[in-house]
Design a protein around this ligand. Sequence first.
Ligand SMILES: [Zn+2]
Length: 96
Amino acid sequence: MAEEEEKTVLICMPINFNGYVVPGSLKVKCDRCSELVWVAPSGWLVPNKDIICWHCGFAEMEKEGTTTVRVTPAQLEEIEEYRRQKQGGHYEPNPR
Ligand SMILES: [Zn+2]
């Protein structure tokens, strides 16, 4: 009989970050700072969620540990995919 709602926090990449975007992602505003972020298809179906940008998400993680901010397995894969791309040398935040 837990009255407290379980909230899932989706941490999403800001659209101006110029990184890897999962195909089919939607632009949604961060619930904290209103920055536009990409929400991947895996995130649409998550019920009762907060959508926040990386900046807000990482700030909350540092503040509260990992107990309140939970990332879905699918999201982890997406983040891993992004990191692989970055490490693979395809990632260019400032093309010259
Ligand atoms: Zn934010």
